[in-house]
Design a protein around this ligand. Structure first.
Ligand code: F0G
Length: 477
């Protein structure tokens, strides 16, 4: 098993060490896009005009965009060339056949339903499987997953394992569900209401932490005993498979495809936003074992997404996804991805930023609460850090704290800021620039102030809120 040392694995300069080789990008670059460099003064003006909400900043004003790993992938030359094979026929397109076969080979599920992105799959699947008043239990529901459960007048219950609460705990599978609490839920008065158990692999809402095969197997046993369907939110299935190989005793030496297949074999069905591990810019699927459930999902699909052989996608998207799903399980790619995240987490920690341990694959999560103890949760320390990183260096990150996850004056459990890693987009020197910027911003931590919301308090307020900085020297209760 890998150890997760608290020290930087490789120095921040080019060396001939094995460590550098382990992180080196296993690809070369064929098409490039320029990135803008603005002055700090200009960025301050942009932040003011954007009401300090990073979602309101134009991408063309961002130097390094770590807002999300979703839909931001750089496609391979094989994917770009596959686009021309796109069959744009409304019905029976050959692109669908290629996509379907690839997804079947990967997952083993006989029923493959294309969707335009993950949340469309959530809406269709939950509408089909859940009825009002039911409960879903998950390691952690992603925000769109929770929203789609709640919109059906059902309740989404998160049961993360206890180790997940400690951001510095080095346990290898902090994405696991708490099995004791799952048993309790099923044996208790609400047990009858459980409509599905959802395992998000990897657990984005819980810091991108992986789920072990052992945990998945136990969940399957519980689900079988009580006759409850087990669903995977498989948006980052390949990254989870890689982390199982790297961390779970007895799994070393297996291929990512084999391990991914074992994961899928344990579930009754899954959905995936293929904007992540599909290595493409849009798309997704629902994959099921049961033919009748799939037939009913297809009826909803026709009403909401489109005919079952395109599901809201163009033929060329299906081609890019079929190719992406083959590339994503390449061990060299996955090793580079995990090593990059781990190196980045170590380097940020050495620069003075408290980060969640161990690192997963798709992002590093910083603990803004610990960096900025003088800013209370109600004044959004995560927003203060997000704004400072943008102002200092044009680096865009996203708050996963009380602004995004707080409800009814209840603060979020942690004041996190996510530095997501778009797939195959940024090189190590881009990330070194981020580390330097963070080091700079951390040096000013004590000067940073909190924020208050001055504009709409909508249900998903983090996307639309207007925020105003609070003055220095305020009394903090
Ligand atoms: N499930 C998980 C675990 C996700 O991370 C996301 C999206 C979805 C479902 C929804 O998929 O966006 O294709 O509709 N996560 C993005 C993010 C938005 O930034 O983490 P979608």
């Amino acid at each position: 098993m890998h150890e997760f040392p608290d020290t930087v694995r490789a120095p921040l300069r080019r060396t001939n060490s094995v460590e550098w080789g382990a992180v080196m990008e296993p690809f070369r670059i064929k098409a490039v896009e320029p990135i803008p460099f603005l002055t700090p003064e200009k960025r301050q003006q942009i932040l003011d005009e954007a009401d300090h909400n990073i979602f309101r900043v134009r991408a063309s004003d961002v130097t390094i965009d770590l807002l999300t790993d979703s839909g931001t992938t750089a496609m391979s030359s094989a994917q770009w060339s596959s686009l021309f094979m796109g069959d744009e026929s409304y019905a029976g397109a050959s692109s669908y056949e290629r996509f379907e076969q690839t997804a079947k080979d990967l997952t083993g599920f006989p029923e493959i339903i294309p969707i335009h992105q993950g949340r469309a799959g959530e809406r269709i699947l939950f509408t089909e499987l859940l009825s009002s008043g039911q409960i879903t239990a998950a390691n952690t529901h992603f925000d769109s997953t929770r929203a789609n459960v709640e919109m059906l007048q059902c309740k989404a219950v998160d049961l993360p394992c206890p180790e997940a609460a400690d951001l510095t705990d080095q346990s290898p599978f902090k994405g696991n569900i708490d099995l004791d609490r799952l048993w309790e839920l099923l044996a208790g008065p609400d047990g009858e209401k459980l409509g599905a158990v959802i395992m998000t692999v990897t657990n984005n809402g819980g810091g991108g932490q992986p789920v072990s095969l052992a945990n998945l197997r136990s969940v399957q046993e519980v689900c079988q005993k009580y006759g409850v369907p087990l669903l995977l939110d498989a948006s980052r299935f390949a990254e989870n498979a890689h982390l199982i190989i790297a961390r779970e005793p007895g799994q070393e030496g297996r291929s990512p495809r084999e391990v991914a297949r074992t994961m899928f074999d344990l579930a009754d069905g899954c959905w995936a936003s293929l904007k992540k591990d599909g290595l493409a810019n849009t798309g997704g699927f629902i994959a099921l074992r049961d033919t009748e459930t799939a037939a009913r999902c297809r009826e909803l699909l026709i009403a909401w997404e489109g005919f079952p052989t395109y599901g809201g996608l163009a033929g060329r998207d299906l081609e890019a996804l079929a190719q992406g799903l083959r590339e994503v399980t390449d061990p060299a790619y996955l090793t580079y991805r995990a090593d990059t995240a781990r190196w980045f987490a170590d380097a940020l920690a050495e620069a003075g930023l408290p980060v969640m341990r161990p690192a997963g694959c798709h992002a590093v999560y910083a603990d803004a609460g610990r960096l900025l103890p003088h800013i209370p949760p109600a004044e959004f320390p995560g927003v203060a850090l997000v704004c400072e990183l943008y102002r200092t260096a044009g680096v865009r990150t996203v708050e996963f704290g009380t602004l995004t996850l707080g409800h009814d004056d209840q603060p979020a459990p942690h004041e996190l800021v996510r530095l997501a890693l778009p797939r195959r987009v940024y090189t190590r020197s881009h990330l070194e620039y981020v580390v330097e910027s963070v080091s700079d911003a951390v040096g000013r931590a004590e000067e940073l102030t909190g924020f208050e919301i001055t504009g709409p308090q909508a249900p998903m307020r983090h996307f639309t809120a207007r925020l105003s900085p609070l003055g220095k020297g305020r009394d903090i209760q």
